[in-house]
Write a protein that binds this ligand. Structure first.
Ligand code: ZN
Length: 317
């Protein structure tokens, strides 16, 4: 049994509107779902990805207005990376300059050109050029030309103090080492998919990160269905790791456990997906609530700040 790659990556943001503007307007991702954090319905959970926010493309945010900045460090996903087609980094550099977004070229990563940049909360992001981007659905309106568009995730970087145990966990989840470069090891469950890869870096003297705005909260991997998930759950528990019961996230089912290096892992089912409660053409336009919160919609809407969609003057060229 093998996982199928990355399902989603969830990070923390401070300002919901700034988050929507950045990911949908500047990066050109589809705003795929506007819902609440199911564990704290007074705050947003925002999702972005391809046309329907499919697994492998979905970056998601807990938006905590006024949250102070966290600290990047070991026990975290320290860089969240996206795949872009070859010869697109010049376009992105110009775009980031125009929007006054911090960016810097990185040395080639496993021979692929890479550009580092940050979101409004300082979350570390990367664009990595790739010859064979994942097949994602880009049939939606965006300011970013198709030939430069983001094609879901590329290998994110995990940082841990001692890599051995994390390597063991990745191995048991079905990941193989496919490349090595200095202190970086690339693991993959499917070398044909950029979203099937993760990079592990050991930093023995690295301070533990502190989760708050601008840091990754957890990474989720994909499994086929509920049966496979139960099977994973048994195996994870069997290895002495504390794993949660299956939790219904409405758009998918999830289990969570902390791997030995400190990173919070989730295993989520492929479906049912974001079209479960609204048509693909209208994703993200209105607040969607899971059934258990629908009766509290009025109170929930009252405490959530409004989010406006669409190009605004400050993000227009
Ligand atoms: Zn998650």
């Amino acid at each position: 049994m093998k996982l199928r790659g990355i399902h989603h990556i969830t990070a923390i943001a401070s300002d919901p509107q700034g988050n929507v503007d950045f990911y949908s307007q500047v990066l050109g991702l589809r705003f795929a779902k506007r819902t609440v954090n199911f564990d704290d319905p007074s705050t947003y959970h925002l999702y972005y990805g391809d046309r329907t926010g499919r697994p492998g493309t979905a970056i998601t945010f807990f938006a905590w207005p006024g949250a102070r900045r966290g600290t990047r460090g070991t026990g975290q996903v320290v860089a969240t990376s996206f795949a872009v087609p070859r010869d697109s980094l010049d376009y992105w550099k110009t775009r980031f300059d125009k929007h006054q977004i911090f960016h810097e070229a990185l040395p080639a990563r496993f021979d692929d050109a890479a550009l580092r940049f940050t979101d409004p909360d300082g979350l570390m992001l990367e664009l990595i050029e790739t010859v064979r981007p994942d097949d994602v659905d880009l049939e939606y309106e965006t300011q970013v030309p198709r030939k430069f568009a983001i094609h879901g995730f590329h290998a994110p970087t995990f940082e841990v103090q001692r890599s051995r145990k994390t390597e063991d966990v990745l191995g048991f989840l079905g990941f193989d080492v496919i490349a090595e470069e200095a202190s970086r090891k690339r693991f993959s469950v499917n070398s044909k998919l950029t979203s099937g890869c993760v990079d592990l870096v050991e930093r023995a003297d690295g301070q533990f990160g502190i989760n708050s705005a601008g840091t990754v909260h957890h990474i989720a991997f994909r499994c086929a269905d509920d049966n496979e998930q139960l099977n994973w759950r048994e195996q994870i528990a069997g290895r002495g790791l504390h794993v949660t019961p299956v939790i219904d996230r409405f758009y998918f089912h999830s289990i969570y456990f902390r791997e030995s290096g400190g990173i919070l892992f989730e295993i989520a089912t492929e479906g049912p997906g974001f079209t479960a409660d609204e048509p693909a053409a209208h994703l993200g336009e209105t607040l969607k609530l899971p059934p258990q919160y629908e009766q509290h919609r009025a109170e929930i809407e009252e405490v959530l700040p409004p989010i406006l969609m669409g190009p605004k003057p400050k993000t227009m060229g």
